[in-house]
Design a protein around this ligand. Sequence first.
Ligand code: FMN
Length: 128
Amino acid sequence: LGREYDIEGIVVRGAGRGGSQLGFPTANLSYESDVAVVADGIYAGWLTRADGSRHAAAISVGTNPTFAGEKRTLEAYVLDFDEDLYGEQVSISFTERLRQMLKFDNVDELIWQIETDVAQTREVLKRQ
Ligand code: FMN
C-alpha cells in the first residue's frame, strides 16, 4: 500500500456467522466499486464512525473461501467494541496488509488465525 486508502459504505448484515460461529463479529460494508482497487487479503486499519470516532480494526477483503463463499465482501472486526453499527455510514482505512485470504480446512484453524491477525493489528496500529 503506497498510502492509506479509504473506502466508505453502509454497514449491512452479512452471513451472520462471524459473531455466533467464530466469536469475531464483523461489520460488513456495502460499498461502491472503489473496493476493486484493494487486493483480496487481511489488513490492519481503522473504522471511522459517523460521529468521527476512530476504532482499530482487522479487515478482511475477499470471498471467504473457508465457507465456499462466492461474493467478495469487505468486513471489519472492530477491536474492543460491542456496539451495533448496522445501517451506519462508516469509512474504512487500510494501513498495512497482513496476509492473503486463505482457505482453512476447519473453523478452529480460521479462529486461531484471526486471533493472530488481531494481535498483529494491535502491533501495527500502536506504531502509528
Ligand atoms: N475467511 C476466510 O475464509 N479465510 C480467511 O483467511 C479469513 N480471514 C479473516 C481475517 C479477519 C481478521 C476477519 C475479520 C475475517 C476473516 N475471514 C476469513 C472472514 C470470515 O470468514 C468471515 O468474517 C465470517 O465468515 C463471517 O462472515 P459474516 O460477517 O458474513 O457472518
